[in-house]
Design a protein around this ligand. Structure first.
Ligand code: 5GP
Length: 181
C-alpha cells in the first residue's frame, strides 16, 4: 500500500504497518494466554472497529476461549447533559465468567467507563479491558486498560478496522490524518 492515501476529502499518512501491528497482537495473545490458562475466558469484541483486531488476536490465542460480538449505542440523554452508552446484542450470561472486553481504540475512555458497570452488574468472575490503541493524552475518565497494543498520539487514525465516515476499515496498515502544511 502507498504511504499516503486519500479517504473522502482527507489525506492520511502511514503510521504502522500491518506486520508491526500483528506482531504486537501476537505478543498480547501470549500474555493473555498465560494469565488466563485454565480459565476459558469469554472475549467480548466491540463492533465495528474491533473486528480485525479480534480476528488476529483469537487466531494467535493458544488457550480454549469463547468470543462474542456486541455493539454499543450512544445517544444524548435528553434529561441530562451527558451521553448514554448501552451494550446491545449480548446474549451470553456473564455470571461467573472471566470476561475480556476487546476494543479498537480508547480515546476519552467515556464509552468504556459506561460499558464496564453494565457488564459488571452480571457478576463476572473477572472483567478486564484489552485495547489495540489508546490515546493517553485524550483520556478523561480513569480507566484500567490491562493489555494495550500501542499508545498513540492524540490524532485521528484509520485502518485495521477503524473508519473515517464508513471507509478505511479494510486497510491492513494504520494511517494517521495528515497535519495541514
Ligand atoms: P471514547 O469513548 O474512548 O472517547 O471513544 C472510543 C471510540 O471512539 C472508539 O471505539 C472509536 O470508535 C472512536 N474513535 C476514537 N478515536 C478514534 C480515531 O482516531 N479514529 C477512529 N476511526 N475512531 C476513533
Amino acid at each position: 500500500m502507498p504511504t499516503t492515501i486519500q479517504v473522502h476529502d482527507k489525506h492520511f499518512e502511514i503510521l504502522l504497518k500491518q506486520t508491526q501491528i500483528e506482531e504486537r497482537i501476537a505478543e498480547m495473545a501470549s500474555e493473555i494466554a498465560q494469565d488466563y490458562e485454565g480459565k476459558k475466558p469469554i472475549f467480548l469484541a466491540i463492533l465495528n472497529g474491533s473486528f480485525m483486531f479480534a480476528a488476529h488476536l483469537l487466531k494467535t490465542m493458544s488457550i480454549p476461549c469463547e468470543i462474542t460480538f456486541v455493539r454499543v449505542s450512544s445517544y444524548q440523554n435528553t434529561s441530562s447533559t451527558g451521553q448514554v452508552t448501552e451494550v446491545l446484542g449480548l446474549r451470553e450470561n456473564l455470571s461467573g465468567r472471566n470476561v475480556v472486553v476487546l476494543e479498537d481504540i480508547i480515546d476519552t475512555g467515556v464509552t468504556m467507563s459506561q460499558i464496564l458497570p453494565q457488564l459488571a452488574s452480571q457478576n463476572p468472575e473477572s472483567l478486564e479491558v484489552v485495547s489495540l490503541f489508546q490515546k493517553p493524552e485524550a483520556l478523561k475518565c480513569p480507566l484500567n486498560v490491562k493489555y494495550l497494543g500501542f499508545p498513540i498520539e492524540n490524532r485521528f487514525i484509520i485502518g485495521y478496522g477503524l473508519d473515517y465516515n464508513g471507509l478505511g476499515r479494510n486497510l491492513g496498515d494504520l494511517y494517521v490524518l495528515k497535519e495541514k502544511v
